[in-house]
Design a protein. Structure first.
Lengths: 633, 160
């Protein structure tokens, strides 16, 4: 069966994506890239090149290399006079004031050029999938008028594609985030690409999107940011070395590439170094460029570019008659939205709302188009949509910590088992407290249910093995089973509706966990260190008892001192973690020393299953994990 | 073959229906589980692959080429340095070349060959009486293959 693809036909670059099962995937083209430059070239030998190859020969053949065709499609010749000034190829009037490109003496319409790009993208997708590609959803800017949309559709037809639908880029972005399922929300889409800036305000309700307003700047994008950095570096170099690198084409190219790289790095780090050895030379010899650039400096150089985004956002909000408080969701599109200063600006303009940015901003539009293509071609209906657990599921273990069995975002149905043990000697019952949430401590999470497994044979702590199984079926119904491996006794609980939390509630719980993550980690660590120290003290004590008189009295006194010190530190809340670590390590050494003491009754006393010689917390202890139940009752 | 009368369907239609119903339910559950397993597996593979690509040979080699470019640019100045210094630097350069060739990174031969955008990136054009029009006149930055694949195109100037 032929597949339907989603195509983001961009001004500078295009992306094609396709549904694989229930998940959209971006197609990797034949050059190994996920982006294909929207460039078409006609060579002197009559060859037609598309994408990266067309771009590589552009300087040799500028008059026959067409880029930015999106700025011309569906427009009248009289409307595009300003655009014509920016391009080296020949744009001429066609019939009815249409736009035509004059290439090697032949006229081409913008539709024909776009068709060549679309065909290439569809071919790449077909190669990637190993199937034919006939149907496509193509995206256009929200501000495109009927003529521009029709022309884009015609381009698809010329390419031999059945265009299922033309959808707006911001709508596609919203689809990629599943926002079509929202009821009566207002969405702001902030799209800052390589060369254009668009802001759109959408309304969504009953799966239908309505564009309420659009605004933007057709000549603002990441390239402008690069240029600021180039100028800054070139001027610094001119000041210190007296040479203007911008006059040397080769040096300028290196500088431009280095600037883009530095810009990208500065989204991750607060400082980077641009290093261009042998960038140029004069009579005195070779010259090197070595320059440290801080994020603060970069933001200072580009502050006015960022500010240029403010007007269009305010305009779009005014046109849609909304204030920042009316915006429910914010979506970032375009690689330039990775810049921290841009993100800060978006937050500032939308009342501090956290923008959606988990989908790659370069690909989010194509991904949304692919989802739409999947729905329209019936593919998405055909597959079983599998749910995921919105929050982690686990149980409470010794010291009140949550031990996760099924992680958040695991596709269900899912099943997971782990073996636990008792926390006290002769413990005959364990309480299983089933938890849901992302916090480290049990009491901060939701308790879904409780049950008790009784009838465990009395044994030293750590001896009994209780296997706990979490099983979530496709409907989110969770069954927790605990089985005592010694007696085969089993107890279970079934909890329904583990996936039916409201999104707000899930968001709140996840955010809560993030906000408390440092504090939670510290508290969990305290508990774990305390558990380990307690367990170690117990083992040393037990070993001492077993060995009786065989232990030299001075060693015995020292061991007892360590045990009592540990227990007294454990009485404090919060415990002194550093001190406990030290004591645990001392106890561990003591345990090793005692282990090498020959025990006359070792086999008799230990009964062969000797957990006593195992250092506590050594994760290697089969599949009995370190966490233990609390004492029942 | 069993005689018709022994067919449980005719004997106990209700029980049989219940059994089949339970069977279908079990099978469907297994099917969903298989799908879920695959979905989780796919997610993991994707994560692993992304990680592998990030730390992969290709990226490492590409960043090493940056170092090699530095050497290529420095080479013309070696003659100005004391002979012993130049020799040492050249030894380091050779060491780097050997290391790359051991990883199947090979330079592209470009000068004098016809311009080919599949492996060349044009950065300008020049006049030449040595080479015919449309061929590569000189190389500004060397291009490399990794095995059979293009690692980086050569930056070249082409004869007008």
């Amino acid at each position: 069966m032929a597949k339907a693809v989603g195509i983001d036909l961009g001004t500078t670059n295009s992306v094609v994506a396709v549904m694989e099962g229930s998940t959209p995937a971006v197609v990797v083209n034949s050059e190994g890239s996920r982006l294909t430059p929207s460039v078409v070239a006609f060579t002197k030998t009559g060859e037609r090149l598309v994408g990266q190859l067309a771009k590589r020969q552009a300087v040799l053949n500028p008059e026959n290399t067409i880029y930015s065709v999106k700025r011309f499609i569906g427009r009248r010749f009289s409307e595009v006079q300003e655009e014509i000034k920016n391009v080296p190829y020949r744009v001429v009037p066609g019939p009815n004031d249409a736009v035509r490109f004059l290439i090697n003496g032949k006229e081409y319409s913008p539709e024909e050029i776009s068709a060549i790009i679309l065909r290439r993208l569809a071919d790449d997708a077909a190669k990637y999938l190993g199937e034919k590609v006939n149907d496509a959803v193509v995206t256009v800017p929200a501000y495109f008028n009927d003529a521009q949309r029709q022309a884009t559709k015609d381009a698809g037809k010329i390419a031999g594609l059945n265009v299922l639908r033309i959808i707006n880029e911001p709508t596609a972005a919203a689809l990629a985030y599943g926002l079509d399922k929202k009821k009566d929300e207002t969405i702001l889409v902030f799209d800052l690409g390589g060369g254009t800036f668009d802001v759109s305000i959408l309304d969504v309700g009953d799966g239908v999107f309505e564009v309420r307003s659009t605004s933007g700047d057709t000549h603002l994008g990441g390239d402008d940011f690069d240029k600021r950095l180039v100028d800054h570096m070139a001027e610094e170099f001119l000041r210190s070395q007296g040479i203007d690198l911008r006059k040397d084409r080769q040096a300028l190219q290196r500088l431009t590439e280095a600037a883009e790289k530095a810009k990208i790095e500065l989204s991750q780090t607060v400082e980077t170094t641009v290093s261009l050895p042998f960038i140029t030379a004069d009579a005195s010899g070779p010259k090197h460029l070595e320059m440290k650039i801080t994020r603060a400096k970069f933001e200072q150089l580009t502050a006015d570019l960022v500010e240029r985004c403010v007007g269009p956002v305010k305009q779009a909000m005014a046109d849609a008659k909304v204030t920042e408080n009316d915006i429910d969701e914010v979506i970032l599109v375009g690689g330039s939205t990775r810049m921290p200063a841009v993100q800060a600006l978006v937050r500032r303009l939308t009342g501090g709302k956290e923008p959606n940015q988990s989908v790659n901003p370069d690909e989010v539009v194509a991904v949304g188009a692919a989802i739409q293509a999947g729905v329209l071609s019936g593919e998405v209906k055909g597959v079983v949509l599998l749910d995921v657990t919105p929050l982690s599921l686990g149980l409470e273990t010794l010291g009140g910590v949550m031990t996760r069995l099924i992680d958040r975002n695991t596709t269900i149905p899912a099943r997971k088992s782990e073996t636990f043990s008792t926390a006290e000697d002769n413990q005959t019952a364990v309480d299983i407290k089933v938890l849901q949430g992302e916090r480290e401590l049990a009491r901060e999470n939701r308790t879904l249910g409780n049950f008790r497994l009784e009838g465990i044979q009395p044994a030293p702590r750590g001896g009994p093995q209780v296997e706990v199984t979490f099983d979530t079926d496709a409907n989110g119904i969770l069954t927790v089973t605990a089985q005592d491996k010694g007696t085969g006794k089993e107890q279970k609980i079934t909890i329904s509706g583990t996936t039916q939390l409201s999104k707000d509630e899930i968001d709140r719980m996840v955010k809560d966990a993030e906000a408390h993550s440092d504090e939670d980690k510290r508290r969990r660590e305290e508990i774990e260190v305390a558990n380990q120290a307690d367990s170690m003290a117990y083992q040393v004590e037990r070993r001492l008892r077993e060995l009786g008189d065989q232990v030299p009295s001075n060693e015995k006194a020292r061991a007892e001192q360590l045990i009592s010190d540990t227990r007294s530190v454990l009485k404090n809340t919060p415990p002194d973690v550093a001190r406990l670590r030290q004591l645990t390590s001392d106890l561990q050494q003591m345990a090793h020393a005692l282990a090498s003491t020959p025990s006359q009754s070792a086999s008799a006393a230990g009964g062969g299953n000797a957990p006593e010689s195992k250092p506590a917390g050594s994760a290697g202890s089969d599949d009995v994990i370190d966490a233990e139940f609390r004492r029942a009752g | 073959m069993q005689p018709q009368t022994n067919n449980p369907t005719t004997l106990e239609p209700d029980a049989e229906r219940e059994r089949l119903k339970a069977d279908v339910q079990r099978e469907h559950d297994m099917y969903l589980r298989a799908l879920a397993d695959f979905e989780n597996y796919r997610r993991r593979v994707e994560r692993d692959r992304a990680k592998a690509a990030a730390t992969g040979t290709r990226d490492i080699m590409l960043s090493l080429l940056d170092v090699l470019d530095g050497f290529d640019r420095a080479l013309p100045y070696f003659s100005a340095a004391p002979a012993s210094v130049a020799e040492g630097a050249q030894a380091i350069h050779r060491r780097l070349l050997d290391l790359l060739s051991a990883q199947a990174v090979t330079p592209l031969e470009t000068v004098g060959t016809p311009f080919d955008p599949a492996i060349h990136e044009a950065i300008g054009s020049v006049e030449s009486d040595k080479y015919p029009s449309g061929t590569v006149a000189d190389e500004v930055q060397r291009g490399y293959r990794l095995g059979d694949e293009l690692l980086r195109p050569a930056r070249v100037r082409v004869v007008t």
